[in-house]
Design a protein around this ligand. Structure first.
Ligand SMILES: C[S@@+](CC[C@H](N)C(=O)[O-])C[C@H]1O[C@@H](n2cnc3c(N)ncnc32)[C@H](O)[C@@H]1O
Length: 241
């Protein structure tokens, strides 16, 4: 059931939600790499109205509230993730169950200063709808910061039939749950990441290939070396004119 209307990763994240919420902060790839890199690139959010697209259990949503964001809205496609994010973020955030592949009419036009999205848009094949929704809900001059799997790592991890283009793939995740979970995903080449962002009307200010925190070296030297020499994720920092 790869190419019908059902979000490809919904069933997998329903199974992963509790384990991901419990284990991601201590994982080399999340807590020691993508999480701190995203927060550093996002920077100061005091007073900003922020939308978190694909919020998962709400780690970033909670952090941005704690850093003084004026308003947080968030969506995720997994009901289990929405429950976890709602519990974590409390009253401060407006969290909806929604598919990023579809329009989000419950979000107002020109209402946000910043859209953030952490490792979620990877699971949407056609980025035109989410990116045009981000353009619609951002005020003029608004900013989009999102992370994706780096094509170098996902080429090795997902084993697509070609390193060009966008390819549906499946891979077994074993580290968040007792039983392995098959996670459908899309491999995307570099041009398939960058060009849709430009076509949507954003200017790309910066791309960062994330590296692990130095403290990972003592905790997990193998993962530190690997993720410090082989890019796992990238962050796109983009702006509307
Ligand atoms: C790797 S997790 C990242 C969660 C969170 N952003 C974080 O960094 O902890 C990917 C998230 O994307 C969500 N997701 C996958 N496909 C989605 C879609 N089509 N629309 C909205 N969320 C989606 C999953 O349910 C999951 O919570």
């Amino acid at each position: 059931m790869a190419e019908d209307d059902r979000p490809i990763a919904l069933d997998a994240y329903e199974k992963l939600a509790e384990g991901y919420a419990a284990k991601a902060p201590a994982k080399a790839e999340n807590g020691y790499n993508e999480h701190p890199a995203m927060r550093r690139v996002i920077g100061d959010v005091a007073g900003l109205r922020v939308f978190d697209a694909g919020c998962g259990p709400g780690f970033l949503t909670r952090d941005l509230l704690d850093k003084g964001a004026a308003f947080l809205a968030a969506v995720d496609v997994s009901p289990a993730m929405v429950r976890l994010a709602t519990a974590r973020a409390g009253e401060g955030a407006d969290i909806h169950l929604a598919d990023l592949a579809k329009p989000m009419p419950f979000l107002e036009t020109d209402d946000f200063d910043l859209v953030v999205s952490s490792l979620a848009i990877d699971y949407v094949r056609d980025w035109r709808t989410p990116l045009s929704e981000f353009v619609r809900i951002l005020r003029p001059g608004g900013r989009l910061v999102f992370s994706v799997q780096h094509p170098t790592a996902s080429y090795e991890w997902l084993k697509p039939p070609s390193a060009f283009g966008v390819h549906y793939c499946e891979v077994k995740w074993t580290s968040f749950t007792d039983q392995p979970v098959t996670v459908p995903d899309y491999y995307r080449s570099f041009e398939e990441i960058v060009n849709p962002v430009l076509a949507a009307g954003f200017r790309i200010a910066r791309i960062e290939e994330t590296r692990p925190l130095p403290e990972l070296q003592a905790i997990n030297p193998y993962k530190f070396h690997r993720n410090d020499t082989f890019p796992t994720f990238m962050i796109i920092d983009a702006q509307l004119s």
